[in-house]
Design a protein around this ligand. Structure first.
Ligand code: BGC
Length: 759
């Protein structure tokens, strides 16, 4: 016994006393596990609970603030009763907080510092929905890498990103934060982002821990209203919502965050099946689960827990490891263990998970590793902005281009740049902007002025203002619906210009948390302004600055050219100009369907056939009587300045089994006059299943660049994994039967073939 204690103490000393000395020595997994056990064995129950408590550093509140005053918080830090803080920014501030723990607490377990670094830290990249439109996984990994480097420079070692909630509802404000409606695309983008943040080794100098959030079903809020109830059957949960999370767990994401919503009556924070049985059990994932902001305590409002103590008991039993600013674990966990209402082994497991991430980050070797002022000195923010411009250009989607308005010819004499967002340097920064400065983006006007030659006159008119209130994360927006004072000047300008670039869309904070909308058209007086301008000049290129799919049916019918520019971040205006003037040939494709009318939402391409897809001449089939049921612009859609011609789709065989895969091959030709990039998309349909299957599902894609006149052959290996789904047997497996296969440049215009699978 004595010998064992001595061993533990020696081990512990060896890891606690070598801070700063051996941060380059990679710790083997076994080694880390032994260290974790040693540390745990020396902790009191109160210290263990402390590791499961996260405090806000007081910036960027996203929910009700903790009841604790700052003196009490400081004392708790000193006493080792806090495991993590969020929103503590700058190396000085994190060093300060870390010192409180390291110099005063008994166990000296370093804090981990979290922050919402969603699309960049200081250099802002396109919002995730926009960036996904690039379908360029390397680019997305790269933007996450840059975000990680800039975070490390400010003391942050943990980002609450990527959000991998599949969402099919444009009304939901947080659709901007994810990768859209498709589980496969969301999975591969999520994995790319995790790789970017975490690198190959979390112990590396410039890597940070990532978070797969929100587990689970948050994107399926009823009626697209944020935080609303979710009713998800097992089929949708398993086949549509969970795959990105499984991929993230397999990719080794360090942490998960649970979600505010309930599913079928069980709040996710209290969902034992999801957190303990599936994620930590079946998937064997070893990281830790942080609650969403106060989501443990919110189980009281859900009507699931009677008080904080009860909420803490439910959450811990269910597998929520860390309490974000909710105060429930801090006030009740120790008592619950002492009275026998919670097994201490559950607390131990949660603490081990937290310690594991801290060990992996190298914090035990050097708790100040992420509080190093030299990192910032070595960053070239200028270079980061250059990369942001490239990625932003790749994210732009060209929806319509008639009358050859685009790319803008450099013989054009005069361009009118009109609209409330035309010279707005803030809207492109979007929501969840971390430390991206307000008004720091290149505006469209600035971008265009920088791109035209000296013979082209560029003039600007505001037309109308979009919002009248101060912009901020928490405050509601006040959309302008009466001020038309700028209309006349804009109309005059349009009348006297050869070409009009209208820049309309959404304010920076129209999408994001708590920003759901029942209307998704052009807000305020923008539509009216657009129609007035059209009366005097029909050579209009509409540039949309948007955080969600918008209802743009009028524009689609009446305007010759439409460009979706999302909220593209710091270099927005330059990237837009690159596309408008043909310096970058657009290659983006929609990661989400654009509806004809908001009443179609939720709208998604991978829907079910239903029992009544058609019914001859009769009205009794699944449709609307007042609007077509399909998307205005479907998932996967996007034009280029060149054209691509797809040849026939050929299969290496028409039968496959688990030993013999088949290959699908197609030839693509650039039939236009300029070089271009195409996202070649592969979809499959399992025609008959023990559960009904979607009409098609994305299963792969490849980016192909072609010179004018060039052809390339693209091959997709069809693997058994692509054919699997969560069947009526409640397992992931392939069922024998016939499959349709489709390949093309969007989810509608596709070449097809079919094959059989037999085990
Ligand atoms: C959001 C999370 C976020 C957290 C911390 C919550 O309101 O739902 O996504 O990470 O706040 O800011």
């Amino acid at each position: 016994m004595k010998k064992q204690t001595l061993y533990i103490i020696t081990l512990l000393l060896s890891c606690l006393t070598t801070f700063g000395q051996n941060s380059k020595i990679p710790s083997s997994i076994e080694n880390i596990e032994m260290k974790i056990d040693s540390v745990l064995s020396l902790m009191t129950l109160e210290e263990k609970v402390g590791q499961l408590v996260q405090y806000n550093g007081s910036w960027d509140l996203t929910g009700p603030a903790s009841e604790l005053g700052s003196k009490q918080k400081e004392d708790n830090l000193k006493n080792g009763l806090v495991g993590s803080m969020l929103n503590v920014l700058s190396v000085e501030a994190t060093r300060e907080a870390q010192k409180l723990v390291m110099e005063n607490s008994r166990m000296k377990i370093p804090l981990i510092f979290g922050y919402d670094v969603i699309h960049g830290y200081k250099t802002i990249f396109p919002i995730p929905l926009g960036e996904t439109a690039s379908w360029d996984l390397d680019a997305m990994e790269r933007s996450a890498r840059i975000a990680a480097i800039e975070s490390v420079a400010e003391g942050v070692n943990w980002t609450f990103s990527p959000m991998i909630d599949v969402s099919r509802d444009a009304r939901w404000g947080r659709i901007m934060e994810g990768s859209g409606e498709d589980p496969y695309l969301t999975s591969v983008v999520g994995v790319a982002k995790i790789k970017g943040y975490q690198g190959d080794d979390l112990a590396g100098d410039l890597t940070i821990a990532a978070t797969a959030k929100h587990f689970a079903g948050y994107g399926f809020a009823e009626a697209g209203r944020d935080y609303n109830t979710v009713n998800l059957g097992e089929n949708e949960l398993q086949n549509s919502v969970l795959p990105p999370f499984k991929a993230a767990a397999e990719a080794g994401v360090a942490t998960f965050m649970n979600s505010f919503n309930e599913i079928d009556g069980i709040p996710s924070t209290g969902n034992k099946y999801l957190q303990r049985d599936l994620l930590k059990g079946e998937w064997d994932w070893k990281g830790f689960m942080v609650s969403d902001w106060a989501s443990i305590t919110e189980m009281i409002d859900h009507g699931f827990a009677k008080d904080k103590k009860h909420a803490a008991q439910i959450a811990m039993n269910a597998g929520s490891d860390m309490d974000m600013e909710g105060g429930a674990y801090e006030s009740s966990l120790a008592e619950l263990v002492k009275e026998g209402s919670i097994e201490e082994t559950l607390i131990d497991d949660a603490v081990k998970r937290v310690l594991r991430v801290k060990f992996k980050l190298g914090l035990f070797e050097d708790p100040y590793k992420y509080s190093n002022p030299d990192v910032k000195k070595n960053i070239s923010y200028e270079d980061h902005r250059k990369e942001a411009r490239t990625i932003a250009a790749k994210s732009i989607v060209l929806l319509k281009n008639e009358k050859q308005l685009l790319p803008i010819n450099n013989t054009v004499k005069s361009i009118a740049v009109i609209g409330p967002l035309a010279n707005d340097k803030d809207a492109p920064i979007g929501n969840w902007r971390a430390q991206g400065e307000a008004n720091s983006a290149v505006s469209v006007l600035e971008g265009i002025k920088g791109a035209v030659n000296k013979n082209t006159k560029v003039e600007y008119a505001l037309g109308t203002i979009l919002g009248t209130s101060e912009r901020s994360f928490l405050l509601p927006l006040d959309i302008n619906t009466s001020d038309r004072s700028g209309f006349q000047a804009a109309i005059e300008l349009a009348k006297n210009s050869e070409l009009v670039v209208m820049v309309l869309g959404e304010d920076a904070f129209q999408a994001g948390e708590g920003r759901s909308q029942a209307k998704i058209g052009l807000a305020g007086l923008q539509q009216e302004l657009l129609e007035e301008i059209k009366k005097v000049n029909s050579n209009i290129v509409l540039v949309l600055i948007n955080g969600r799919p918008m209802e743009i049916s009028w524009a689609s019918e009446n305007l010759p050219a439409i460009v979706v520019a999302w909220q593209l971040g710091s270099e927005s205006g330059n990237a837009i100009a690159d596309v408008l003037f043909g310096k970058y040939n657009p290659s983006g494709k929609l990661p989400v369907s654009f509806p004809r009318l908001v009443g179609q939402e939720p709208l998604y391409y991978n829907q079910k056939n239903t029992g009544r897809p058609t019914n001859g001449e009769h009205v009794t089939y699944s449709h609307y009587t007042d609007v077509k049921k399909d998307a205005l612009y479907p998932f996967g859609y996007g034009l280029s300045y060149t054209q691509f011609e797809y040849g026939d789709l050929s299969l290496s065989r028409t039968e496959m089994n688990s030993e013999n895969n088949i290959e699908a091959t197609i030839t693509i030709k650039n039939t236009g006059k300029v070089k271009g990039k195409e996202v070649v998309q592969l979809y499959l349909q399992d025609i008959i299943g023990s559960r009904t299957r979607p009409v098609k599902e994305l299963k792969g894609f490849q980016l192909v660049e072609l010179e004018p006149g060039e052809s390339k052959t693209v091959t997709f290996p069809i693997t058994t994994k692509m054919l699997e789904f969560y069947t009526a047997n409640r397992v992931w497996e392939v069922e024998d039967g016939e499959f349709n296969i489709f390949v093309g440049g969007n989810s509608i215009d596709l070449k097809s073939s079919n094959f059989k699978f037999k085990n």
